[in-house]
Design a protein around this ligand. Structure first.
Ligand code: HEC
Length: 143
């Protein structure tokens, strides 16, 4: 009976686990750029956390401000988007642009929510931003 158990374990160890499959395209860039991009990414996540917190407190203007300055079109210069765009595959750059656009749209929706009291619309617009994070992470890696 242990033989069968050992056989099953052996097969499980040999089979390549589906979750470990990595079909992401690897994007090469100079180490300094990579470090810069990853540091921006960590700030993106921090910004999302702060935006959700602001929404939970119904501080719509604060949510809008964080989104526009840290993720929106206004953040593109700080992120060196023009330089980054050159080392990325075109489609990856497009996802990045869509994320900046979605964040600026979120900022507008959040400011409207202040007047209309609509958390639903704000969260829906925030989800549109996160969709772009997910899309890019599913397709690309840099290390
Ligand atoms: C245009 C592509 C793109 C977009 C858009 C994007 N990311 Fe990333 N992100 C990446 C890549 C590529 C990596 C590195 C993944 C790897 O090499 O394994 C990464 C890594 C990260 C990391 C890990 C940072 C580290 O220090 O290792 C975090 C956190 C992160 N992203 C958050 C976000 C959040 C939050 C958003 C959306 C608001 C976002 N990213 C949008 C491409 C993107």
């Amino acid at each position: 009976m242990y033989d069968k158990l050992l056989l099953v374990i052996a097969i499980l160890l040999i089979l390549p686990p589906a979750f470990a499959q990595d079909n992401r395209v690897k994007v090469e860039m100079p180490p300094m750029m990579r470090a810069h991009m990853l540091s921006n990414m960590r700030d993106h996540l921090l910004a999302l956390e702060q935006i959700t917190r602001a929404l939970a407190n119904r501080e719509y203007d604060a949510a809008a401000e964080i989104a526009e300055q840290r993720l929106g079109m206004s953040s593109m210069d700080d992120h060196g988007a023009a330089h980054m765009g050159k080392v990325m595959p075109i489609e990856m750059g497009k996802i990045g642009t869509r994320m900046h656009q979605a964040a600026s749209r979120f900022a507008i929706v959040a400011r409207d929510a202040e007047i209309e009291g609509g958390l639903n619309a704000a969260f829906s617009a925030l989800s549109d931003v996160m969709q772009q994070c997910v899309a890019c992470h599913a397709g690309y890696k840099i290390h």
